[in-house]
Write a protein that binds this ligand. Structure first.
Ligand SMILES: [Ca+2]
Ligand SMILES: [Ca+2]
Ligand SMILES: [Ca+2]
Ligand SMILES: [Ca+2]
Length: 356
């Protein structure tokens, strides 16, 4: 049995560590996290289709350095993630979840093991890859209307400015005649960043023409090792404050100033700091020396990393594993349906028995 002193002692250290976290938050006053406030860009998809997105399904971190809060749902549901929204009927969702369970459980022992979950995560990640390839075909067609299989940087820039409300004909004319464009600072900065990225995506020979495959890596860095490295460099550049190209915890829990969009978002979000701290210490900093190197961040970001998938699998199991046997049975997964699918299931227990 645990002695009373030991219990009090652990309470004391819990209190101290909480206090420490609050002090930390005070010291490293940081720009706010907008992730929660950001809406998934569904309605203005047309406008943004040719722009690289911050958020990529199945990637642990977003381009702006925020953690992807929906990651585990994305790798658990694959492309089916769109079917599980809050409005859809709990009964239907439960049915879908039961079907998923039986697919993850490959050896049909009615338990999901870490290995089964890992394999599932890899399959679902592949699904997101295939989705991106499919969507890229459409997006590429939009930027390559003459269908010659190549898009030049100038063509892309014109399309981009048109999507920002500029008159496409005027811009095209000016670009053609090498005339100066009157562009606001913010848009210009965006163009400079896009151009860097365009260069990176352009495989030799460097002609600034992208074919469909290169355009895919322009929009989706997860499809190319070189682009992934480039993206990690950009994230570190944005978060690194002392210029040593590595990240300390305090650098990691602060965010690039450029991402602050409104005052409301500056309210301190305790949970967000704790999540970020935990992810830094337990996962990203693989050798636990308190420093995250570019290599560590790249390993972490790589969606095809099997070791990450296994870690994720174990973490997902731990969340719902009520009887602590390191396996998930159907009841456990239904009970934690909100964690796995983002939607709550009512009366899960009663219905489970009716169905089996
Ligand atoms: Ca099994
Ligand atoms: Ca640093
Ligand atoms: Ca490290
Ligand atoms: Ca269990």
């Amino acid at each position: 049995m645990v002695s009373k002193q030991a219990f009090l002692f652990s309470l004391g250290s819990l209190y101290l560590s909480l206090l420490f976290v609050f002090l930390l938050m005070d010291v490293y006053a940081r720009p706010a996290n907008n992730s929660a406030l950001k809406e998934k860009s569904v309605d203005n998809k047309d406008e943004n289709e040719i722009l690289p997105q911050d958020h990529i399904n199945g990637m642990k971190m977003e381009m702006d350095g925020h953690l992807n809060k929906d990651f585990h749902q994305e790798v658990f549901l694959g492309k089916a993630i769109e079917e599980f929204d809050e409005d859809s009927e709990p009964k239907k969702n439960r049915k879908k979840l039961v079907t998923i369970f039986s697919k993850v459980d490959r050896n049909k022992d009615n338990q999901i093991s870490a290995q089964e979950m890992q394999r599932w995560i890899m399959e679902k990640t592949e699904e997101h890859f295939q989705e991106a390839v499919k969507e890229n075909k459409l997006h590429f067609r939009a930027v390559d209307p003459d269908n010659d299989g190549h898009v030049s940087w100038d063509e892309y820039k014109i399309r981009f400015l048109a999507s920002k409300g500029f008159n496409e004909k005027e811009v095209a004319e000016k670009v053609k005649n090498n005339e100066e464009l009157k562009i606001d600072e913010e848009t210009q900065e965006l163009i400079d960043n896009l151009k860097d990225r365009w260069f990176q995506a352009d495989n030799p020979p460097t002609d600034l023409l992208l074919n469909e495959e290169e355009f895919l890596s322009f929009l989706h860095p997860e499809h190319s090792k070189a682009m992934l490295t480039f993206m990690v460099k950009e994230i570190v550049r944005d978060l690194d404050q002392d210029g040593d190209k590595k990240l300390t915890l305090s650098e990691f829990i602060s965010l690039p100033v450029g991402t602050v969009e409104n005052k409301q978002a500056q309210d301190i979000d305790d949970e967000w700091v704790l999540d970020r701290k935990k992810e830094f210490e337990e996962v990203i900093d693989a050798n636990h020396d308190g420093i995250v190197t570019m290599e560590e961040l790249e390993e972490y970001m790589d969606p095809m990393n099997e070791y990450n998938a296994l870690n994720e699998a174990k973490q997902m199991i731990a969340v719902a594993d009520e009887n602590q046997d390191h396996l998930l049975c159907l009841e456990e997964i239904l009970k934690y349906s909100e964690y796995f699918t983002g939607s709550k299931l009512m009366d899960y227990a009663r219905n489970v028995h009716e169905e089996f």
